[in-house]
Design a protein around this ligand. Structure first.
Ligand code: NAD
Length: 264
């Protein structure tokens, strides 16, 4: 990605969870190109280190901080290591998420728990540990949670995912209320369908073709679209924006597409 630098985040530490690939990596790279130093989390050290190596090659300072966001002790240790090596985060992007697809009536408890634990509890654990460190350091920073358009609309096979992403919006608003006292803004991004190399490998071509075209911009969404919106939310231009949800879906959630009730 050859991103332009629109905002400067020079001297700031940005923690991105699930940053080894997909939207998280694009967000990490965009902040890095805008001058930030990145603490890049993912499930395994190998994945986090490989992603950091690619960022380093682009001249970005990036520290791998592997942890399973479902594990509270691991998340707290991760934040401690960020504080020790890069200082308390100025910005936290709670992005790690999974989206297996299973029909509601076939869905087992194990998969339900994995999705809710990663997508909702993981956001809670990440944001709680990071905001404690931010408040201790007097950082008046920003938190962005990565929800989804699936928070507002039902999708076949994604009952657990839809529930988790709707939960993220409730959590985001409640965090905005409490962390606002400390000068921390908290907002949610709701991406529409964005093609990524790994995360969508289980999706059918029929779904992808439909999803690619389901917006008003005449092109598929890209990870960079989500990254740019995230930087905007964390920039001083969004100083009066907190507790908000920002759809980044090319207008796909705005209405039914191409259905004219009458002849023009
Ligand atoms: N791609 C889309 O179209 C889209 C649309 C809406 C929302 N989202 C959301 O964006 C986020 C990123 O999605 P993506 O498409 O880039 O997915 P992806 O699968 O490409 O990347 C997700 C990353 O999260 C990591 N991860 C998974 N579980 C983890 C855990 N327990 N702890 C730490 N890291 C973990 C994975 O290893 C992976 O590197 C997710 O929250 C997803 O729900 C994606």
């Amino acid at each position: 990605m050859a991103s332009e630098v629109v905002f400067s985040f020079s001297g700031q530490t940005v923690l991105v969870t699930g940053g080894a690939t997909g939207l998280g990596l694009a967000i990490a790279e965009a902040f890095g190109r805008a001058g930030a130093q990145i603490a890049l989390n993912d499930l395994s050290s190998d994945r986090a280190e490989a992603a950091c190596a690619s960022l380093n090659e682009a001249g970005i300072r990036a520290l791998p901080v592997a942890a399973d966001v479902r594990d509270g002790a691991a998340v707290r240790a991760m934040v401690e290591s960020v504080v020790a090596n890069l200082g308390a985060p100025h910005i936290v992007i709670a992005n790690a998420g999974v989206y297996p697809n299973t029909p509601f009536m076939d869905l087992g408890e194990e998969e339900w728990d994995r999705v809710l634990d990663t997508n909702l509890k993981g956001v809670f654990l990440t944001c709680q540990a990071a905001s404690r460190a931010m408040v201790s350091a007097g950082r008046q920073g920003q938190v962005v949670t990565v929800s989804s358009g699936a928070a507002n609309v039902g999708f076949w096979g994604w009952s657990h995912y839809c529930a988790s992403k709707a939960g993220v919006i409730g959590l985001t608003r409640a965090m905005a209320v409490e962390l606002g006292e400390h000068g921390i803004r908290v907002n949610a991004i709701l991406p529409g369908y964005v093609e990524v190399t790994e995360g969508g490998s289980h999706l059918t071509e029929a779904y992808k073709t439909t999803a690619r075209g389901a917006n008003l911009r005449g092109r598929p969404g890209e990870p960079l679209d989500v990254a740019r919106a995230t930087l905007l939310l964390c920039s001083p231009l969004a100083d009066f924006v907190t507790g908000a949800t920002l759809s980044v879906d090319g207008g796909g959630s705005a209405g039914r597409l191409g259905v004219r009730p009458a002849a023009p």
